[in-house]
Design a protein around this ligand. Structure first.
Ligand SMILES: Cc1ncc(COP(=O)(O)O)c(C=O)c1O
Length: 367
């Protein structure tokens, strides 16, 4: 038996550190924003190497609020990846703008900058690359395109806390970065949470305003906003957890290296790490060539009690909600094939070496 993830292991290790902090916060009576939030935001800004961070209720709101802060309007177009969680495309559409999907790179599974330029129209306002599974997208190429066409970039870093490219943290390489503190993320709260990072004082100010209903000063409203504060109790928890995140990411990388060593020479296509990238393996996702039959491999894993998942089984451009955009099967073939082949294995910091060995043995047995 190897679980896909197990949050109780981390809790047991952190219990002595976490519980007094949570109790002290409860005793304090300070339950909304407050000094602990300011401290967490400063700590996150320092860790990411940006001037400002703004805590919000979740990673989806972080995307929506940063899009608003960067001035997205109804009818604008945002170019993004079809191989990701739904949020980025969802919030673009929710704001009355149009998600434009372009294909991914077969090896990194990240948005392919070569496809981006061809998709730019006079209505394009920005790009949302997702650092998928913790591997930074090709930001140098994306930034060059954005600069040439006067577009903004929001990095969706929900899966990439602590990842970097040539020494620059994910979330520091564009107009804004958005993070999720969903419990299973590399840095996870004990509930929902999110964060926006930016080097622009103006964008940060706008995000702060939008997270409290768009109010400019107490009970004065300039625009429609959101009720989207990061919970103070979660901020207190994250303040304890954040200093551990580098070690946790290092453990994930050790597990990934172990998987790579054990699976070398098999027909599985293993995750890649591009030059200059520090991959934080939010997921360890390999590809099962179609002739091997992913269903058959998953059956063997299930028989041995080994957790596994398909992230993602269906690309965003073919979701019913986007039917009206006119994409058809075959429109973005690399993403579609990836959805047929990907398989994510157990990876979390507290996973044991013998568990990695059990997973690899099951994958080999399935062949
Ligand atoms: C790539 C990506 N973007 C956005 C989100 C949304 O984050 P949240 O669940 O905190 O709203 C997630 C997480 O689920 C994600 O994986």
């Amino acid at each position: 038996m190897v679980p896909l993830f197990d949050l109780t292991r981390q809790y047991q290790l952190l219990k002595a550190e976490l519980e007094p902090v949570v109790l002290a916060q409860l005793e304090s009576g300070g339950y909304v924003l407050g000094p602990i939030m300011d401290e967490l935001e400063a700590q996150c800004a320092q860790e990411l190497g940006v001037s400002h961070t703004v805590g919000v209720a979740n990673g989806t709101d972080a995307l929506q609020i940063s899009l608003r802060a960067l001035g997205l309007k109804a009818g604008d177009e945002i170019i993004t990846t079809p191989f990701s969680f739904y949020s980025a495309a969802e919030v673009v559409a929710d704001l009355g703008a149009v998600p434009i999907f372009v294909d991914i790179e077969a090896d990194t599974l990240n948005i392919d900058p070569r496809q981006v330029e061809a998709a730019i129209t006079p209505r394009t306002r920005g790009l949302i690359p997702v650092h998928i599974f913790g591997l930074p997208a090709n930001m140098d190429a994306l930034r060059a395109i954005a600069k040439k066409h006067d577009l903004f970039i929001i990095e969706d870093c929900a899966q990439a806390w602590g990842a970097s490219l040539n020494g620059h943290a994910a979330g520091s390489m564009s107009e804004a970065g958005t993070f999720s503190f969903f419990p299973t993320k590399n840095l996870g709260a004990c509930g929902e949470g999110g964060l926006i990072s930016t080097n622009s004082a103006q964008v940060a100010e706008k995000c702060r305003q939008l997270r409290v209903h768009g109010q400019s000063r107490r009970y004065f409203y300039d625009e429609i906003g959101y009720n989207s504060r990061l919970h103070t109790l979660q901020a207190a928890i994250l303040k304890v957890k954040m200093p551990h995140a580098r070690d946790w990411n290092a453990s994930r990388r050790r597990h990934a290296a172990h998987y790579a060593q054990l699976l070398e020479g098999t027909p599985y296509a293993l995750p890649v790490e591009t030059p200059g990238a520090y991959h934080v393996y939010h997921q360890y996702t390999l590809r099962v060539p179609q002739e091997l039959g992913r269903e058959h491999i998953m059956k063997t894993l299930a028989e041995r009690g080994i957790g596994h998942a398909i992230y993602y089984p269906h690309p965003l451009h073919l979701q019913p909600v986007f039917d009206h955009l006119g994409y058809k099967p075959g429109s973005l073939p690399i993403s579609e094939t990836a959805c047929e082949e990907v398989l994510s294995l157990p990876i979390f910091p507290e996973l044991r070496e013998d568990e990695v060995e059990q997973v690899a043995a099951a994958l080999k047995a399935a062949l």
